[in-house]
Unconditional design. Structure first.
Length: 401
């Protein structure tokens, strides 16, 4: 499965920052992390910090899967609104899930500082706004739910949205203090390089072929015939988990993104902001640390990479048309357009924990618009699992829920 179009912006912009050798001999470790994207890098970081002998493998170059195609909007907001999630799983679980995403933004800033990251982590506010009058009642309900849960939010009416952000044809929105953005491609590379210095072994272009399960360890065989003995395996393979786990637990979607040419200075009303609206599929946008406006949307069911990539030009037109509706005065000059694949779950939550068919193993699978923040939460949860401790979110993020 190809998780991106041939030219995702972050890969074109940054190039291959680091390359690691493929596995050429048998190895053993405490923890084998499978998947070298932003999720795998974060989990490996936690495992090294906890003192485990850790190996990470990826069938591609590291960070060349969905991490090279992500738009890296870091939000505490989950794709399923808080009031709806409360109806689905109860208030405790819903608020805890939102709080975990909020905490993850703070934690990711600490990690960025710890490794002296140059990936452009930047704090931003987030605006969730309605472009259809029919969405206004439930959006106001969502505002009250977030306010009641203790999140720092402010309601803005249509006039205030126009005055503060230049947005036209809107009916109201929720302004949140908590949010951020980052270049996840660079960050993943930096986290991995930081931990190689601390003993992490990385083998890219190394694909798992099969696993044998024993009482106290697993033995992974690669396509090249080498073996890795690991006491625990942590799968950080995102949407490709669909190939490994046969039950229908996630729906794959294609999303499309456009980034503008660089500008000397971005408008103050757009800079340091995350925007997304209540449309289905929703339009989302943010600025980048090198002076661009990034816009995404046009989501539809994933069929195959060829069909997805064939309609990139059409989707670019749709996205820019929707942008023109809300920002008619903004002159957008396209620079790159690309596509990616993501997973959508029934409740907007990730799958983090054990699966009955995979012994001595854990999964950390962040889905939807919160893949990165869910992965940060996954660090804390994986650390607890390794110490045979429970985690308060396990019940809400488990398989079979």
């Amino acid at each position: 499965m190809d998780l991106k179009s041939n030219e995702p912006f972050w890969l074109v912009k940054n190039g291959i920052l680091e390359s690691y050798p493929s596995l050429k001999n048998d190895e053993n470790c405490d923890v084998l992390v499978i998947g070298g994207g932003i999720t795998g890098s974060l989990i490996a970081h936690q495992m090294i910090k906890d003192g485990y002998k850790t190996i990470l493998i990826d069938k591609r170059e590291v960070a060349n899967g969905s991490t090279s195609a992500t738009t890296s909007m870091l939000q505490y907001e989950i794709d399923v609104p808080l009031f709806e999630l409360t109806e689905m799983i109860g208030e405790n679980g819903a608020v805890a899930s939102y709080n975990a995403c909020s905490k993850s933004i703070d934690d990711l800033e600490k990690i960025s500082d710890e490794i002296k990251s140059t990936a452009g982590f930047e704090r931003k506010k987030s605006l969730y706004f309605a472009t259809k009058r029919k969405d206004l009642p439930w959006l106001k309900k969502e505002f009250e739910a977030r306010k009641s849960a203790g999140f720092k939010v402010k309601w803005l009416d249509a006039d205030e949205l126009q005055e503060q952000f230049g947005l036209e044809k809107t009916f109201g929105g929720i302004l949140s203090d908590q949010g951020a953005s980052v270049d996840a491609f660079i960050l993943a590379h930096e986290i991995l390089a930081f931990n190689v210095e601390k003993g992490l072994k990385i083998f890219d272009k190394t694909e798992m072929k099969s696993v044998k399960y024993y009482p106290d360890f697993n033995e992974v065989s690669t396509t090249e015939g080498f073996k890795i003995k690991a006491k625990k395996i942590i799968y950080c393979i995102g949407y490709e988990s669909k190939n490994l786990i046969k039950e229908d637990f996630v729906q794959l979607k294609s999303t499309f993104a456009v980034v503008s040419e660089r500008e000397k200075s971005l408008p103050d009303n757009l800079d340091k902001m995350l925007f997304w609206n209540t449309d289905e599929p929703y339009l989302y946008m943010r600025t980048t640390d090198d002076g661009r406006l990034l816009i995404g949307g046009g989501d539809e069911d994933f069929a195959n990479p060829q069909k997805r990539d064939k309609i990139i030009g059409k989707k670019e037109g749709e996205i820019l048309k929707n942008l023109k509706k809300v920002l008619p005065e903004y002159q957008f000059y396209s620079d790159f357009t690309w596509a990616g694949t993501f997973g959508e779950t029934k409740d907007g939550l990730p799958y983090i924990g054990e699966h009955e068919k995979f012994k001595n193993s854990y999964f950390v699978l962040g889905f939807g618009g919160n893949g990165i923040t869910f992965s940060v939460t996954g660090m804390e949860m994986a650390s607890a699992f390794m110490n045979n401790k429970s985690h308060p979110l396990s019940e809400y993020f488990k398989f079979g829920r």
